[in-house]
Design a binder for this molecule. Sequence first.
Ligand code: PMP
Length: 313
Amino acid sequence: MQLPNYAYFQGRIVPYAEAKVGVATHALNYGTGAFAGVRGYWNDAEEELYIFRPKDHYKRLLNSAKMLLIELGLDEDDLTNITRELLQKEAHRQDVYIRPLIYKSEEVIGVRLHDLANDITIFSLPFGRYVANDTGAHLTFSSWRRVDDNIIPARGKITGAYANTAFIKTDAMRAGFDEALVLNIDGHLSEGSAENIFMVRDGVLITPPITDNILEGITRRTVITLASEVMGLEVIERSIDRTEVYICDEFFLTGTAAQVTAATKIDHRPIGNGQMGPITAELRVLYDKAVRGKLPQYRHWNIAVYAQESVKT
Ligand code: PMP
């Protein structure tokens, strides 16, 4: 991986090599942090880098912070402005991935959330595809279960909970699959290892509700808006059974990293006719336009990095 040149660390932008924590740092030992994953997209015609929905990502991060008793004294506008400044300093002219991370920064032994120092760091780097086979992924059901809201809240993007993701992803990849689907403790489909999921049945788009132990994905919300407002599709949020995936017409994964990834096989069975379906294909095109600022009605999702204005209103 190409390392960043800079990072926002301890309140300022520093060379990446200076952004280091001690080995006793609480979050490193106990997973007491939360993160975001945001993308910036290069628009060639406008020579502009657009961050996609950073305020929504930061709102979700601040909600995770609240769960972890982390008070930063910064709001989503402040964090978006810091991100713009960091990206300007990197002078990126290509698609990038941005990783904000809040964490219990105190160097101390003792598992708890209270009475600990907190901090935030942000870095960015050039980034392409996350799921290599994003027009025809082969999925499997993981034997692992998704963390439950009463174990580690899946709606918080909590660092420690990503050990669950790591078990899921590695087992799937070592078994020759591209990605895995994860059931929640109730036995319903929650999401992919790091993506929300959608299936198409009889022209209707169906996705699990936010009460089924999923991350409340920004891409999920974007796809719901594009499908209903632009494509005029019916979108239903309801629990999904495992075998519905075997018999659905189309299936795709959504995430900032995965974008809209088409799945064409599940546990060695073709999904639909085994090819990417028309609804998935259209959503992939729409999503790519949306993130690059090419859909005028959704330009408020795109925050320019190099244009002069600050996002503070
Ligand atoms: N679920 C999980 C577990 C994830 O890690 C991600 C990636 N952030 C998503 C869903 C997709 O969320 P988003 O669209 O906000 O990136």
